[in-house]
Design a protein around this ligand. Structure first.
Ligand code: ADP
Ligand code: MG
Length: 466
């Protein structure tokens, strides 16, 4: 049975992206790309969230492995839970599916795939998000220069001297939006251009896959065929020597052939741990611009802009309240609007100042029950470009020790666990070691401002994505 796909509203899409954001923080990128990136949201109502998956095996796998995560992410986003219904695209796979008779059958309805328009068709299935445009990026004193440099590249691709352009700034300040806006703008002007966007995690996992499957030459060829390579979050390359080396060669090739490269990082290039000197010196050929946290006026303008985009009618004093109280990053502002949107849409609540107060409180005060030590370890490890296993192991390399201490400190700050429990999670260390680590972090934070900012940024990130 086939039915026409429903129109998918911006609200629905926004909510779903917020759910995906939470999921992404909680599983590794490969699982995310395999199981969640291919899902499309179809509809959300007061009872159900309806998802379209490529085949029935998918829905089974998700139900068996990620049901809890998905439910939690939905509940966090909407403030209440939804049942999940899966739909399968029409296709030969389903007709021969061995899962036809399973209990999931009743939840699975056939549907024509909604036509997805995406510019890039690559063997790696990553794509630029068409919603990230210069047009909907609010300019303020915090990002004016970064936007100007980005536009200069989009307007003069191949001629601009800012190669590479490196955009750095804290989390949730618009790096990903801006780097993709460059791609979208170039593609609008010259649709034939080969633009490729990838997170550095994706680049790394493609590279590792290529090694495992013995086709590194395919990998190289693919990345070297870009006219414009947009590589997000290069801090992820910290401590990944082989990937750095591969990236170094890709970079040189592209640069020599007059192709353009734009990179983002969550900290200044010279503060990236264990980034090879030769890479850093290459980066110095280009232009480095930063994005700072937005000021009050810019925060308000961003909120107004988002409301217009989603056709949300929220009173001025509510927006002002949010702009005053949520100072740190734009993702937080968006999160607040998404929560209001969900309440208004599904519970017929009014978007009042009271509702805003309640939401600000939720965002500002992390729920200590929800966050677990493993999530903290994963986040801190990935920040330092390490695998979480290394935090559990008995390794005394300096950067691993620092990452481990930070993760212990954040576990104490963000969860209700005792020192003993925290120690157990970190490879069975005793409570005195944990205490010593926490004290070390506190002391270093007092002495080293950059370190303090970095730890606080991780804390915020984890608090928000709890
Ligand atoms: P980062 O990559 O720096 O962590 P993102 O680019 O993901 O941050 O931004 C987080 C969210 O905030 C995105 O949804 C983005 O569209 C939005 N955003 C950030 N800065 C702005 C801005 N100046 N104007 C409009 N939206 C913004
Ligand atoms: Mg980003």
């Amino acid at each position: 049975m086939s039915t026409a796909p429903p129109e998918i509203s911006t609200e629905t899409q926004t909510i779903w992206e917020s759910v995906l954001g939470i999921i992404k923080e909680n599983i590794n990128i490969r699982s995310y790309n395999t199981w969640f990136a291919p899902i499309d949201i179809l509809n959300i109502d007061s009872d159900y969230m309806e998802l379209q998956v490529p085949n029935q095996f998918f829905s089974e796998w998700i139900e068996n492995h990620y049901a809890k995560l998905l439910k939690n992410a939905v509940t966090q986003t909407l403030g209440e839970s939804r049942k999940i219904k899966y739909y399968v695209e029409d296709g030969p796979l389903n007709n021969t599916s061995p899962y036809e008779e399973t209990e999931h059958q009743e939840n699975t309805v056939h549907l024509n795939a909604p036509s997805k328009s995406n510019y890039t068709s690559s063997p790696f299935y990553t794509r630029i998000n068409e919603r990230y445009l210069f047009d909907n990026f609010v300019i303020g004193d915090n990002n004016r220069f970064a936007v100007a440099a980005s536009r200069a590249i989009a307007d003069n691709l191949g001629k601009s001297h800012y190669n590479p352009l490196i955009i750095y700034g804290g989390t949730g300040l618009g790096k990903t939006h801006l780097i993709q806006a460059i791609g979208n703008s170039v593609l609008q002007k010259a649709p034939g251009t080969t633009v490729y966007y990838a997170s550095s995690e994706t680049f790394t996992s493609h590279f590792i896959n290529a090694i495992q499957q013995n086709n590194v030459s395919n990998f190289s060829q693919f990345y070297r065929s870009c006219d414009l390579l947009l590589l997000d979050d290069i801090h992820f390359f910290s401590n990944k020597g082989k990937t750095q080396e591969e990236f170094f060669h890709t970079f040189n090739d592209l640069h020599q052939n007059g192709k353009h490269i734009v990179l983002t990082s969550d900290r200044p290039i010279n503060e990236l741990e264990a980034l090879e000197e030769r890479l850093i010196s290459r980066f110095k050929w280009g232009l480095v611009v930063d994005i700072q946290p937005p000021d009050y006026e810019t925060r308000l303008a961003i909120l107004r802009n988002k409301c217009d985009e989603s056709e949300l009618d929220i009173p001025g004093d509510v927006l002002e309240y949010l702009a005053v109280n949520l100072e740190d990053n734009v993702r937080e502002l968006e999160g607040a609007l998404t929560k209001i949107l969900a309440q208004v849409t599904f519970t017929a609540a009014e978007p009042t100042l009271n509702l805003a107060r309640q939401i600000v409180k939720e965002i500002a005060k992390p729920d200590k029950q929800f966050l677990n030590i493993d999530t903290i370890m994963e986040h801190v490890a990935s920040h330092y470009g390490l695998s979480p296993d290394r935090l559990r192991a008995k390794i005394r390399k300096k950067d691993i020790v620092i990452a481990r201490q930070v993760a212990m400190y954040l576990s104490k700050e963000l969860t209700k666990h005792t020192l003993v429990t925290i120690g157990l999670h970190f490879g069975g260390r005793d409570h005195a070691t944990v205490l010593h680590s926490i004290e070390k972090v506190i002391k270093t934070m007092q002495e080293d401002d950059a370190f303090k900012q970095r730890v606080n940024a991780m804390k915020k990130h984890l608090s928000y994505n709890r």
